[in-house]
Design a protein around this ligand. Structure first.
Ligand code: NAD
Length: 343
């Protein structure tokens, strides 16, 4: 008989509610409860998913085998450490933590206690990505663009941590070679954090990646182009499509137009696949597709990009602040960028 895995969801705001819904619908999984410090919110989601509400996550942890942690990033470390110490497996939403020191401690504790630590970098489970993966040989050049309209959610962090980290995770999972150079630029436009950014990564094996992320675009586009010998794979994460651009076989004409063919994409739900993967790892004790260590590595690159952007932008902002009479308004709006003087 298949063992029933007892799960809980900690933090049932925008995304946590979907985690709870997915678990509630899974076979051989019992959603024991949901926890949130917002009493009204936790009551609503518990009613919707026919489970028990908790306002103190520690009480829920006592009764489960595994949890999803879907609280704001600043609390990931504290909640994650508690869960791992209690012997519970953890599905941590991205980014793993706010700092590398915290990420290292979390990964080490999971290892020491023999616990599963999966990180919610959900685009790995996007069916378009999975279709591309079957065709990938040797990516030489990668272009990624992830842009969308402005919403108030997640504007307390850089767009690099909020959106670009998904592409960084995918690229790091594909290119098994150290990064030799990172250059980046970006700007705070509607918030005091970077709202639009571009990063250029070079790997020791010669592969190059050019990545753009924006949360102040008028259109939604989440695309990655992977150029490899003889072919370009085009992944549309938003539309869940994947196509291949190649030269037609045996065409000797002077002007050759590449052909574009659609790859077969099995239309699955990425979040559901991600949580099924977590449950499977909890059951079988195998390592997840997105490990805590990989979540830590994508955070490390994201933080390096943030540092590169800030270095570039501080000079620009100081120039602007100096040009403006007194610079006060600009300094207030862009406080984070004006904290330190440029070199
Ligand atoms: P949200 O603000 O909508 O929800 C967070 C919830 O956590 C709130 O209901 C809040 O009351 C609750 N909370 C805060 N501290 C708590 C605590 N100590 N114990 C219990 N509950 C607590 O945020 P969101 O948009 O759902 O994002 C949550 C996390 O998910 C963030 O880390 C974010 O980066 C991540 N996220 C990932 C993706 C993705 O694509 N993988 C997308 C969106 C959000």
């Amino acid at each position: 008989m298949t063992k029933v895995i007892r799960v809980g969801v900690i933090g049932v705001g925008h995304l946590g509610r979907y985690h709870a819904q997915k678990y509630a619908a899974m076979e051989h999984v019992h959603l024991v409860g949901v926890a949130d410090i917002d009493e009204q919110r936790v009551q609503t989601v518990a009613r919707e998913t026919d489970t028990t509400p908790y306002t103190d996550f520690r009480r829920l942890v006592d009764a489960v085998d595994a949890v999803s942690i879907v609280t704001p990033t600043t609390s990931h470390f504290e909640v994650g450490i508690y869960c791992l110490e209690q012997g519970v497996d953890v599905m941590m939403e991205k980014p793993i933590t706010s700092t590398l020191k915290q990420a290292d401690a979390l990964v080490a504790l999971a290892e020491e206690r023999g616990r599963i630590l999966q990180v919610g970098l959900v685009e790995r489970f996007n069916p378009a990505m999975r279709a591309a993966q079957k065709r990938l040989t040797l990516p030489l050049f990668i272009e990624a663009k992830r842009v969308g309209g402005f919403t108030r959610r997640a504007t307390d962090v850089d767009v690099i941590i909020d959106l670009m980290i998904h592409d960084l995770d995918i690229i790091l999972s594909l290119i098994k070679s150290p990064i030799t150079s990172i250059s980046a630029a970006g700007a705070p436009v509607l918030t005091p954090h970077t709202d639009i950014a571009n990063a250029h990564l070079i790997f020791a094996n010669g592969c190059t990646a050019n990545i753009t992320a924006s949360r102040i675009s008028q259109v939604v586009e989440r695309r990655m182009r992977l150029f490899q010998p003889g072919e370009c794979l085009i992944i549309d994460f938003h539309g869940k499509k994947c196509s291949s651009m190649q030269l037609p076989a045996n065409d000797c004409a002077d002007t050759v137009t590449p052909t574009i063919s659609e790859l077969e994409v099995e239309l699955t739900d990425a979040l559901e696949q991600e949580l099924l993967e977590f449950i499977s790892c909890v059951r079988t004790r195998r390592a997840p597709v997105v490990t805590g260590a990989q979540g830590r590595d994508s955070l490390a690159v994201a933080l390096a990009i943030i540092a590169a952007v800030k270095k570039n932008t501080q000079q620009l902002i100081h120039t602007l602040c100096a040009a403006e009479a007194g610079g006060t308004v600009l300094r207030q709006r862009l406080g984070l960028y004006c904290e330190s003087k440029p070199n």
